[in-house]
Design a protein around this ligand. Structure first.
Ligand code: ATP
Ligand code: MG
Length: 352
């Protein structure tokens, strides 16, 4: 019996509706593989911020640093500014637990209509690797001359050799283990310091991994190609900002934002990694029991993989694929009438 301790952060809105399905799937698949999961739940959220003035307690990170992994639902609420949930919870976890790789697999699943008519299922299968802790999202900069005609804002981006290298290394190794293709998102024709530096480091890694076919695209051309010809990509690697944009675009291309999973990885395993559906708290459908749980279930499958249980991870995704391909059970975002519970039950039934 292997026991894993998982920190659960349901967060806001549908976050609390999609984590129980993920846990139910983990518990059932775990039985076949000799795994048990112990969950510790933390109420860190915008709701907590509104009551207590902080998304999480001051010693929050200490309370979860020894867990094997973190499963997050979604944080964010309309009356709380986005930067509060980002800087009060997500960014500290990503940075202090050195989760420098953000991994987002994009697959058009059989039975899920992609907005791209020619994106046949099976034909689209790529992974966006986003640098997750530095780059454009920095606090360095400031505002000058507020309210005057001379007003200005300056925002610095921080790219370090160590920070870019480690995410590139992860991306190239991932590409080598898949179909051997990598595309670097750049904009060195317009951003004249950080992006040429990024390109140089990409070239170093391309030389180090001759078996990987490495190309680069300017971000503006790349987004167009993802829409026009998503089947050509294997691994796409980008900075924090570019990777953020690419992964939301790619999630939409795959059919519904309710499906897309994400992993925030600390590849060395010195700290827990965090797994979360890409979608937000969805206030418009919260409380109705109709949220699509696939993003959370898929994230749990990525967690199984990361914890060293690829077979169990594969069984979870096979069950999701079976339900989508062979049944009409699906939530309203995919054109069905099933509830979150209905869909979850169908996935549990489809597990071996
Ligand atoms: P955030 O700023 O936290 O990313 P957001 O406002 O950008 O949030 P979401 O909260 O993800 O975006 O919601 C965007 C739209 O997608 C909403 O209409 C929402 O209802 C829908 N949506 C998001 N997640 C799901 C889901 N799991 N199931 C069904 N619909 C969803
Ligand atoms: Mg969003």
């Amino acid at each position: 019996m292997t026991q894993h301790r998982i920190a659960l952060i349901p967060g806001d809105g549908i976050g609390a509706e999609v984590l129980p399905p993920a846990c139910a799937v983990l518990d059932l698949v775990g039985k076949r593989h000799g795994l048990t999961f112990g969950y510790d739940e933390f109420d860190w959220s915008c709701a907590r911020y509104l009551n207590e003035g902080a998304m999480m307690p001051a010693d929050g990170l200490d309370r979860i640093r020894r867990h094997d992994a973190i499963l997050l639902g979604a944080v964010g609420w309309p009356c709380v500014p986005d930067h509060v949930s980002l800087w009060g919870l997500l960014i500290p976890i990503r940075r202090l637990f050195r989760q420098y790789v953000n991994l987002r697999p994009i697959t058009v699943l059989d039975g899920v209509p992609s907005p791209l008519r020619h994106a046949a299922s099976g034909a689209v299968d790529f992974v966006v690797v986003r640098e997750n802790v530095e780059g454009e999202y920095s606090e360095i900069g400031g505002r000058l001359n507020r309210g005057f005609p001379e007003e200005m804002a300056v925002q610095e981006a921080v790219f370090t050799r160590a920070g870019v290298s480690r995410v590139l290394d992860h991306a190239f190794r991932l590409a080598a283990s898949r179909r051997g293709g990598i595309t670097s998102a750049t904009k060195s024709n317009g951003i004249v310091h950080t992006m040429p530096f990024w390109d140089e480091l990409v070239a170093e890694y391309a030389a180090r991994y001759p078996e990987v076919d490495c190309g680069q695209e300017h971000i503006d051309a790349l987004v167009a190609k993802i829409v026009l010809d998503p089947g050509r990509f294997d691994v796409i690697v980008g900075s924090n900002l570019f990777g953020d944009i690419l992964s939301d675009l790619a999630a939409a291309v795959a059919g519904s934002i309710g499906i897309a999973p994400a992993a925030n990885l600390n590849p060395e395993g010195e700290f827990p990694s965090m797994f979360e559906p890409v979608h937000g708290s969805a206030p418009d459908i919260a409380g109705q029991g109709i949220a699509n749980p696939i993003g959370a279930i898929w994230s749990a499958s990525m967690m199984l993989d990361h914890l060293g249980h690829p077979e169990a991870a594969g069984e979870v995704m096979a069950a999701v694929r079976t339900v989508l391909a062979d049944t009409a059970v699906r939530t309203p975002d995919l054109g069905g009438t099933a509830s979150t519970d209905d869909f979850t039950r169908a996935v549990l039934d489809a597990l071996p």
